[in-house]
Ligand binder design. Structure first.
Ligand code: AN7
Length: 347
């Protein structure tokens, strides 16, 4: 049905907003089959945002931002992106026939995301710089030209993304005790917190979760308390050194009694594989930062045995085949001989 129709009453829509829908939202909330027991968590769920139409949570906000841009007769959309925003903007731009410009950091965007933006027909520039520098340029361009910014500084993005919090409450009949979420530009943690607060005010939830955000160790400005000039991490989606929603992420952390921590690339890769091999859930590396954060806290002695926890898996693992092929074992090659095959399979 789509986010606009399902949650329209909570979104900044007008009677003139086009009613569009690429099938975003209504993503599965899946109960853990193995890690819940191994990690001794009371209840562990994964929210599979990779099931959105372009394979990430960005679609929830993009549908609102692009519908409103079309309503305002915008000539073109523009964003800087580590990949997922560009794929989503390009898809909704194509769906509504609006030109889409994207600036991505050359060499640091995963293959699937680049393929998506190309296929949807966006005008893509791979700049010789990082995401933070690309965003700065995009903001300058929007000052000079009549372009609609569709980064999460566009508050319609945040409004759309808060619907994921609504879905979690609608499905659990309350907010979880804790929400684990990757943090990059910090729009998503801002959006979830807004969603949980609104549902609580409307008495659809009795409580609000502690917001547990995780950045990659080489790109952890909020944890360090200062911008990181040259952010580095294998999780290219969150390779961000100066998040646009920094202050709002801190508010979410402080108002909820949560935390923003960091996880190393090794911890991210471990969680990435655990999630795939123990749960059958293939998230992209940045997505695994949420689970990596949970595992890290448990190793440090935290007891979550009485807690209900949701980990947000923000994007699909298929977006980054290169990292998957490096992380997992390659197939064994073999002649077409049944005896050799039986031997190889240990049958
Ligand atoms: C899979 O696409 O910033 O903290 O330009 O793709 O709201 O930025 C992506 C971010 C987490 C972090 N997981 O969310 C972009 C971009 C995935 C992501 C994040 C991103 P924010």
């Amino acid at each position: 049905m789509g986010v606009l129709k399902t949650y329209g009453e909570f979104l900044p829509l007008t009677p003139d907003t086009p009613s569009i829908n690429l099938g975003e939202g209504n993503t599965p909330l899946v109960r853990s089959q193995n890690l819940e027991r191994e990690l001794k968590v009371g209840e562990l769920h994964f929210k599979l945002e990779g099931c959105n139409p372009t394979g990430s949570f960005k679609d929830r906000g993009m549908v609102v931002a692009v519908a409103r841009a079309v309503e305002a007769k915008s000539e073109a959309l523009i964003c800087a992106s580590t990949g997922n925003t560009s794929a989503s903007a390009a898809a909704y731009g194509a769906h509504l026939g609006v030109k889409t410009f994207v600036l991505v950091p050359q060499g640091n965007i995963s293959l699937g995301k680049l393929a998506q933006a190309m296929m949807y027909g966006a005008n893509i520039l791979a700049i010789r710089g990082n995401f933070d520098q690309a965003l700065k340029l995009v903001l300058e361009l929007t000052q000079k030209h009549p372009l609609t910014l569709v980064n999460s500084l566009n508050l319609h993005r945040i409004e759309g993304q808060k619907t994921a919090a609504f879905e979690i409450v609608d499905s659990l009949l309350d907010a979880p005790d804790l929400l684990f979420i990757p943090v990059g530009n910090a729009g998503n943690i801002t959006a979830y917190w807004k969603g949980f607060k609104e549902y609580c005010e409307l008495r659809k939830a009795r409580k609000r979760p502690q917001m547990m955000g995780f950045q990659a160790q080489g790109a952890a400005p909020i944890v360090l308390g200062h911008p990181v000039e040259n952010p580095e991490t294998i999780a290219t989606a969150i390779r961000i050194g100066n998040p646009a929603s920094w202050k709002k992420a801190e508010e979410a952390r402080d108002e909820s009694g949560g935390m923003i921590g960091s996880v190393s690339d090794e911890e991210i890769l471990e969680a990435y594989q655990e999630l795939a091999q123990k749960e059958g859930i293939f998230g992209e590396p940045a997505s695994a930062a949420s689970l990596a954060g949970l595992i890290k806290l448990i190793r440090c002695g935290e007891d979550f045995s009485q807690k209900r926890i949701v980990c947000i898996i923000t994007g699909s693992g298929l977006k980054d085949p290169d990292t998957a092929l490096r992380a997992a074992s390659p197939p064994q090659e073999l002649e077409m001989d049944i005896n050799l095959i039986e031997d190889a399979l240990g049958l």
